[in-house]
Write a protein that binds this ligand. Structure first.
Ligand code: CR6
Length: 839
């Protein structure tokens, strides 16, 4: 059914005051109204969650006009739109974020409190949409925020996983995974749009035919089809009228589903199959930078990409006569290779369903897509076994062969008689078992390819994608990641944000470079003092939280040393542990040693199938047990593992950190974005020259950064000369003592076997070179401990870190993408009249 089009200004709907009004009285009344009419409860019977839902609807009522105005404006205006395709969006809670964007935080808080409710308690009811693993998904969320704030027409497309990233519990020191039932009590921030459902085909075979003009065509006869139902979430810009859409697809059985089974009366068989196809959007794969090559994962990728492309075509044809100009009206950004199948799917849609010839279709396709690579780890580069791929997507395999055929012809012209080049560049890996290489498909099918930090992009050019760089140097550029200051400063650290605003105003929230004005205050002793006071208060908040959650007392005057991120060997949480055990040994050997009191705080999830990562969690907890309870240590060092690290917890922990641990092996972390969040909240960094650390150090000044470790070149050089970790063990007594202590079973109730896989791995292979970096790391940690004793100087460094971090706003990243890749411009949305007076 086509939408009924009524121009908004003639819109006959009278929006009642309770849905829009902003006075405290109106908000209070609206809350009760929603509680009664939407939740079907009275205050007497309402649960905390009912009140939260009513509150969320009351906020939603007040953003709808912006959202609808934005969408209506886009519908009637020929604007170029950014389509951000991502298998993950790690949004975090919406409520406060939306209140801040709308500038309604204060009146809402007041209204809730005047109603006799506890505001924070209601806020805490929100289940965060954890539809991502880590940095990549969170980056997509920051980018959606910046796109809206910068008033760029954009739409985010992804999967509405019923279960997001698992909840983590710690039992006896081990990680236990619990399914994340985030939709259990309903999601007030989304609206289902079943009228825009799309049909997605899978399996079957292809057949050729001649159409009425006697042109050879191919038709795909699928084995089954799945329905994609879009669920839309508004993404508000900060203090602008733009509200973009995040459209997430849910898989449902299509109507024609298993017609045959129904016909033969196999009712239960049909229902069983129906349930099976709905598993496509059931659960997020909890692997960060590790592919598993599971069929369901390929199904997920194709499912959301096909839905999204068909949706874009539908939208495009609403306002354009044909798809001829598709690439002029859309830029599709591929967030890693997860949606790279889109290259073949857009070709199929143009060739088979819209009757374009190959050259025209290819021209449209390769001018539409742009590809961001997010990894240097070989095990994270996606490739699909040919048999799985061909069985599920027979038509796409044909198209990929055809793309590859033409591509390799081009390569042959470029490199006559060089078969090895052909093998290296081919989209099909034929070195052993045959695979489709998704990064190659993405490179061939895109007009732009980028890395996510300067060093990462250089390594792509010289290593991971070297052959493509040689062939298409003009496609490559760097786009250093960024994070949104709205969530990661204003929302998460109101104390610091308010302090900054008092000094330099609030323009920095939208123009983060304006933080530079704080530099002058770094020399103001009174301000430094105040700055450190604020930090102390925030640390006290975290200390209270730790006390409540874990029943462990931590001293807010101690140095808060934080490492929160996914648990992975390349991120080297176990190097951090080696330093902790070093300190432990030193105090045990010399109980009167004057050490700077420290609280080591860890958080992060391990992929459920990643044995070493899970053992590292157990190691951290085991060391914590010993250290925290040893009377000789006497609370000078504390080790905390906070379970279930997620966006909500990130918002608590970044503001409270003194030191941020960014200690990956050089050349392994593509960018990192946690490093930016810490520094923007006044933590200093101890880090290697890896990912965005390099640029952070350049920006904040080498004197305000604790550098250690091998450089990427040194890592490569040592490896080329056969790295022998044992040599480091034999020549460093402290290191030897640490590894020996773990080996004896000291942290495992005398069991020498428990942590043997970690110790043996370090001694005999050490792929991430912990032992090579150990001495340099421990020395840098000593320097950190010393520096912290001079609180005044520490305060200066902390202020300078914040003042010089402007570059790392996701607004800067998005502007770079807009100018260099997407060629899109802001498009302001008109303020509806009634809102002008009230906002
Ligand atoms: N794991 C990188 O490892 C980067 C983000 C976002 C990662 C990390 O360094 O900051 O992407 N890569 O660009 C992938 O997920 C493949 C990540 O989050």
């Amino acid at each position: 059914n086509p939408p009924i089009t009524v121009p908004l200004d003639e819109c006959p709907i009278i929006i009642e005051d309770d849905r829009t009004g902003l006075s405290i009285e109106t908000i209070r009344r609206a809350l009760l109204d929603n509680l009664y009419y939407v939740q079907g409860k009275t205050p007497q019977t309402a649960t905390k969650n009912d009140f939260y839902m009513a509150l969320a609807y009351t906020v939603r009522d007040r953003l709808l006009k912006r959202w609808l105005s934005t969408q209506l404006t886009y519908r009637k205006t020929p604007v170029k739109t950014v389509s951000y395709l991502s298998a993950e969006f790690l949004l975090g809670p919406h409520l406060i974020n939306n209140l801040i964007s709308l500038n309604l935080y204060d009146p809402f808080k007041k209204a809730i409190e005047e109603s006799g409710l506890n505001f924070q308690e209601l806020v805490d009811q929100e289940e965060e949409p954890g539809l991502g693993n880590g940095g990549l998904g969170r980056l997509a969320a920051c980018y959606m925020d910046s796109l809206a704030t910068l008033e760029i027409p954009a739409i985010g497309y992804g999967i509405r996983y019923e279960f997001g990233i698992f909840d983590q519990e710690i039992k006896d020191g081990w990680q236990v995974e619990i399914t994340d039932k985030w939709l259990q009590y309903g999601n007030p921030w989304e609206i289902a749009r079943p009228e825009f459902a799309q049909l997605v085909k899978f399996g079957g075979y292809t057949e050729s035919y001649y159409d009425q003009d006697h042109i050879y065509r191919v038709r795909w006869v699928p084995r089954y089809t799945v329905n994609g139902i879009p669920y839309d979430t508004p993404i508000l810009g900060y203090r602008v009228n733009t509200a973009n859409t995040l459209r997430l697809w849910k898989a449902e059985a299509s109507e024609s589903f298993n017609f045959e089974r129904f016909n033969v009366g196999d009712y239960y068989g049909a229902v069983r199959d129906k349930v099976a196809c709905e598993t496509i959007s059931k659960v997020l794969y909890p692997n960060d930078e590790q592919i598993q090559g599971k069929e369901l994962r390929l199904e997920q990728q194709f499912f959301f990409v096909s839905c999204s492309l068909q949706d874009m075509i539908r939208i495009h044809l609403n306002k354009n006569a044909s798809l001829d100009n598709f690439h002029e009206m859309w830029s599709i950004q591929l967030n890693d290779t997860h949606p790279a199948i889109g290259v073949a799917e857009l070709m199929r849609l143009l060739l088979d369903e819209n009757n374009y010839d190959w050259d025209t279709a290819w021209n449209i396709t390769k001018n539409t897509f742009a590809y961001t690579n997010h990894t240097l780890l070989p095990e994270a580069l996606e490739k699909w076994p040919l048999n799985i791929f061909g069985r599920m997507l027979p038509r796409h395999l044909e198209i990929i062969y055809a793309i590859n055929h033409r591509f390799l012809d081009e390569v042959r012209i470029h490199y006559p008689n060089d078969v090895s080049k052909l093998a290296c560049l081919s989209i099909i890996d034929e070195t052993g078992e045959k695979y489709v290489r998704m990064a190659h498909l993405a490179c061939v099918g895109s007009f732009a390819i980028n890395g996510v930090a300067a060093l990462h992009t250089e390594l792509l050019k010289s290593d991971v994608l070297r052959d493509f760089y040689e062939l298409y140097p003009e496609k490559f550029s760097n786009k250093t990641n960024g994070v949104t200051p709205r969530r990661w400063m204003v929302l998460s650290n109101p104390r610091m944000s308010f302090t900054i605003c008092e000094k330099i105003g609030d323009s920095w929230i939208k123009n983060l470079d304006d933080l530079r004005q704080l530099e002058g205050y770094a020399e103001d002793g009174g301000f430094r003092n105040y700055w450190q006071q604020i930090k102390k208060e925030v640390k006290q908040d975290l200390a209270n939280y730790i006390q409540a959650k874990l029943d462990i007392k931590v001293d807010p005057h101690s140095l808060f040393d934080v490492q929160v991120k996914r648990i992975h060997e390349y991120k080297r949480q176990h190097l951090n542990v080696l330093n902790i055990v070093t300190l432990y040994n030193r105090i045990k050997n010399n109980p009167n040693l004057d050490v700077t009191p420290r609280t080591f705080i860890f958080g992060g999830k391990a992929a459920p199938g990643y044995f070493m990562a899970k053992l590292i969690i157990k190691l951290i907890n085991s060391v914590a047990d010993v250290v925290n309870n040893d009377p000789v240590i006497c609370d000078r060092i504390k080790v905390i593992f906070l379970p279930d690290y997620n966006v909500t917890f990130g918002q608590r922990v970044y503001p409270a950190a003194d030191i941020s641990e960014q200690i990956s092996t050089a050349g392994k972390e593509a960018s990192g974005t946690g490093n930016m969040k810490f520094s923007l909240n006044g933590a200093l960094t101890i880090g290697t020259l890896d990912g965005a650390n390099v640029e952070i150090r350049e920006s904040v000044g080498a004197e305000n950064f604790f550098l250690f470790g091998l450089t990427t070149e040194e890592v490569y050089a040592i490896r080329a000369n056969r790295y022998t970790p044992r040599d480091y063990y034999n020549s460093d007594e402290e290191l030897k003592a640490v590894l020996d202590l773990i080996s004896t079973g000291f942290f495992s109730h005398g069991d020498p076997n428990l942590f043997r896989p970690i110790v043996d791995n370090l001694l005999y292979s050490d792929p991430y070179m912990l032992l090579a970096d150990y001495r340099s790391y421990v020395d840098a940690q000593d320097a950190v401990g010393c520096a912290y004793r001079d609180q005044d100087h520490w305060g200066r460094m902390s202020i300078l870190n914040v003042a010089r971090m402007g570059k790392f706003s996701s607004d800067r990243s998005i502007k770079d993408y807009c100018n260099d890749i997407w060629k899109t411009k802001p498009f302001a949305i008109d303020v509806p009249e009634y809102m002008q007076s009230q906002a």
